[in-house]
Design a protein around this ligand. Structure first.
Ligand code: ATP
Ligand code: MG
Ligand code: MG
Ligand code: MG
Length: 472
């Protein structure tokens, strides 16, 4: 069945309404009263309090289509067929009501009956020790046991980092897209990193409460939390290679091609840039509509970084003028029906984007010239490393984003002296610290370590420390 993004979203919610779920529109991308999270990254995230019993949900069964941002996936975007920074997660939830049996049966019913996927193409995974889930899949649903894969904790057990609280095993549904998508491993199966088995739905069985001593105590009323990637499902239903080929994304992608005069599918490098811009322009439109403003910290920095990356890749494609506003219009054409506020806030989003992109263009032009000089000099001296001092000067004096320096220097086949850069950063911090103790210097107060950042763990790997100082 060839179904559009908007149709799948509606089918999903109406399916779960028919199973007595209360459905509601997406919560904001900006978490409310939750300091542990920078941006909503899963359907369950804005409902944490319902799961913990701190707040009472409007209904014990709920279903949503939640806007999500996963900055941890930023390096994958454009490179894999399945990762976006912004995506929509369809989810059905049980707060101490139904459990594994129903969650599994309904997921199966929806994908095989409503979406008419061929059961022979589907694989499932369960947590190593979760015999209960294994038996439901095998005996109730009749999935052949060869296609039920047991996976370990990294893949199939959900808990909040090392923290305490509700947690439990999960079970994922994959589709086999065929050998032509796969790797050379003859035993390739779900869990492999190649594009053959596409994970599209994760069913989490929140059945334990982890205590301070690390014990997993069974919860009296276990919960269900599921997440299905809307883009991934659209990719499956539309029979296309990647999430960048689905109806909504393709409109944006086509627009990127139009603006740059580049054709999609001709060169890997160009394609990565096209996909990256497609993704980022959608993400920034939604982030701004949810009230995020570009800044040098926290979620404002995520937004700024996405805008800057998109702008820079636009240049790599040869786009001369500012273009993000044009893409924003295409995003809104495609998503305005499902997200009315995008239409209402269009002028506002436009204003923010325009200012930020212009500002960045100036910084970028200037910084590129200087960086190019540095690199030419290095090459003429037959060296291979950009010094920490130079990298720091670009960043500190010219405001050139350090992650760009890393990216560009690498593209030129050179390296940045990372330790040297960190050392410069450290010196800067110390200067700031001593300046703070000097009462005469106002305005230094809110530097580096007084600003607390809650950027999710593992994201912006390698640059964490640098970012904390971006305010300086
Ligand atoms: P993957 O292993 O492919 O990175 P995941 O296991 O991290 O996915 P979950 O945390 O289980 O993903 O999220 C539930 C669902 O949300 C996934 O099954 C997938 O359909 C979708 N999803 C997760 N991350 C992304 C992303 N970056 N872009 C688009 N969809 C995503
Ligand atoms: Mg992931
Ligand atoms: Mg996974
Ligand atoms: Mg998963």
């Amino acid at each position: 069945k060839n179904l559009g993004v908007n149709e799948i979203r509606e089918m999903y919610l109406s399916f779960f309404r028919s199973k007595d779920h209360y459905s509601r529109s997406s919560f904001s991308l900006v978490p409310e009263n939750d300091k542990s999270l920078l941006l909503i990254n899963a359907g369950m995230a804005p409902m944490k309090n319902y799961f913990m019993g701190i707040e009472t949900p409007p209904n014990k069964r709920m279903a949503t289509c939640q806007k999500c941002v996963r900055t941890g996936d930023i390096e994958n975007v454009g490179k894999t067929a399945r990762h976006a920074t912004f995506f929509e997660m369809l989810g059905n939830f049980s707060f101490g009501d139904y459990f594994k049996k129903e969650a599994i049966a309904w997921a199966w019913e929806f994908v095989t009956k409503d979406l008419e996927l061929n059961p022979d193409d589907l694989w499932v995974t369960v947590y190593l020790e979760d015999d209960e889930a294994f038996d439901i899949w095998e005996k109730d649903i009749n999935v052949p046991k060869e296609r039920i894969v047991r996976l370990g904790k990294e893949d199939n057990f959900w808990e909040i980092g090392t923290g305490t609280g509700p947690c439990g095993p999960c079970s994922e549904i994959y589709i086999d897209r065929g050998k032509e998508f796969g790797c050379s491993d003859p035993d390739c199966k779900p869990g492999c990193d190649c594009d053959r088995f596409l994970e599209f739905w994760n069913l989490v069985f929140t059945q334990f409460n982890k205590d301070e001593d690390g014990n997993y105590n069974p919860l009296p009323n276990p919960n269900i939390d599921t997440g299905m990637g809307l883009e991934r499902m659209a990719c499956i239903m539309q029979g296309v290679d990647s999430i960048f080929d689905i109806d909504t994304m393709k409109s944006i992608r086509d627009n990127v091609c139009e603006l740059s005069g580049k054709e999609y599918g001709k060169s890997t490098e160009t394609d990565v840039s096209i996909r990256l811009i497609t993704d980022h322009s959608r993400a920034v439109t939604f982030l701004i509509s949810d009230g995020v403003l570009p800044s040098n910290e926290g979620r404002g920095y995520v937004l700024r970084r996405l805008i800057r990356r998109a702008a820079r890749h636009g240049r790599l494609l040869g786009i001369k003028n500012n273009f993000l506003v044009k893409l924003m219009e295409t995003v809104i054409e495609n998503y305005g029906e499902a997200y009315l506020d995008l239409v209402e806030k269009k002028e506002y989003i436009k204003k923010i984007l325009t200012v930020e992109e212009e500002k960045f263009s100036e910084t970028l032009d200037q910084g590129m010239v200087i960086l190019k000089e540095y690199m030419d000099k290095i090459k003429s001296e037959s060296k291979a490393v950009l010094s920490g001092e130079d990298a720091f000067r670009l960043y500190d004096t010219y405001g050139f984003p350090i992650e760009l320096t890393f990216e560009i220097v690498e593209e030129y086949g050179l390296k940045v002296d990372e330790d040297g850069f960190k050392a410069e950063m450290q010196k800067q911090k110390e200067r700031a610290r001593s300046a703070r103790t000097d009462k005469g210097v106002e305005g230094w107060k809110e530097t580096a370590d007084t600003l607390t950042f809650s950027i999710e763990k593992n994201e912006f790997i390698g640059y964490d420390e640098l970012e904390t100082s971006a305010q300086i």
